[in-house]
Design a protein around this ligand. Structure first.
Ligand SMILES: [Zn+2]
Length: 271
């Protein structure tokens, strides 16, 4: 059976690794990678990300980390002035949707800086309250700033049902399937996230894949190399027979629109 392999890819969420792009950029660009949104975490890592973007200006789109514990919207101005295109949010002392954080998001929206929010469990670090980072904690943000576009990384890990439904109800929000959690789950669980019944009152006992749910996904790798996540996305989307037009939105079109690149067109290749 032939598999759809994308020819154009935007990585919505990755991180800086010393020397990685020097080794891989050519290979990944040959595989279709056009842009990679590199998210800093902490000050030094954000600066490393920015320096990497200067070395690979056609490829790397830098996202600067905003430390939410400072509760300072001027941090957004600082990142803008430094040259960051987007913003990264991870770990927060209060829920993402807390009123005290809203001025930060408003400033980001004013500059039209897209964002990546970590959602779900955080690997490593100190005492972290993951409940502050559930997808639904971003509901007040998505409603208050309906034109500000952001990605919920990992669609909440084990809160993936919450994540999928959240995406469905907010046109400005997208989700990525990166991270170790989702990829380890049973195929039936993954498929179940996208299953709906054709009749809401159970007059017909059936379950069908609702392809509209895929329209709000984006491709992302987080820390692993491109090939690893590409294999997962390709296997998942081909197994569930997601229409090519929607796959192209996931791999390219949604992020192209978010970053203000040209409108997406479908390019396909067969294995
Ligand atoms: Zn990440």
């Amino acid at each position: 059976m032939s598999k759809y392999i994308p020819r154009r890819i935007i990585n919505a969420h990755t991180h800086y690794h010393v020397g990685e792009l020097e080794m891989t950029a050519q290979r990944w660009q040959a595989a279709g990678l056009q842009k990679t949104c590199m998210c800093g975490i902490g000050e030094q890592n954000s600066l490393d990300t920015l320096a990497c973007a200067k070395r690979f200006p056609d490829l790397v789109v830098p996202f600067g980390h905003i430390d939410l514990s400072k509760r300072d919207p001027n941090e957004v101005d600082r990142r803008k002035e430094q040259g960051f295109t987007g913003l990264k949010f991870i770990v927060t002392p209060v829920p993402y949707g807390d009123d005290s954080l809203m001025p930060i998001y408003e400033r980001a929206a004013k500059y039209n800086m897209p964002a990546v929010f970590h959602t779900g469990w955080v690997a490593g670090g100190g005492a972290v309250r993951s409940l502050n980072m559930t997808p639904s904690e971003l509901e007040p943000v998505a409603k208050h700033l309906p034109d500000w576009k952001f990605v919920i990384a990992h669609i909440g890990n084990w809160w993936a049902e919450d994540g999928i439904c959240f995406l469905q109800h907010h046109k400005n929000v997208y989700g990525d399937l990166s991270g170790g959690f989702l990829r380890c789950q049973p195929p039936s669980w993954l498929r179940g996230l996208f299953l709906r019944q054709p009749d809401k009152n159970l007059r017909v006992i059936d379950e069908v894949v609702d392809y509209s749910l895929f329209k709000k996904l984006v491709f992302a790798t987080d820390n692993p190399p491109l090939e690893e996540l590409l294999e997962f996305y390709v296997n998942l989307l081909n197994w569930l027979q997601v229409p090519i037009e929607i796959q192209d939105m996931i791999y390219y079109g949604n992020m192209a629109a978010m970053l203000g690149l040209e409108a997406a067109t479908v390019q396909s290749a067969k294995l």
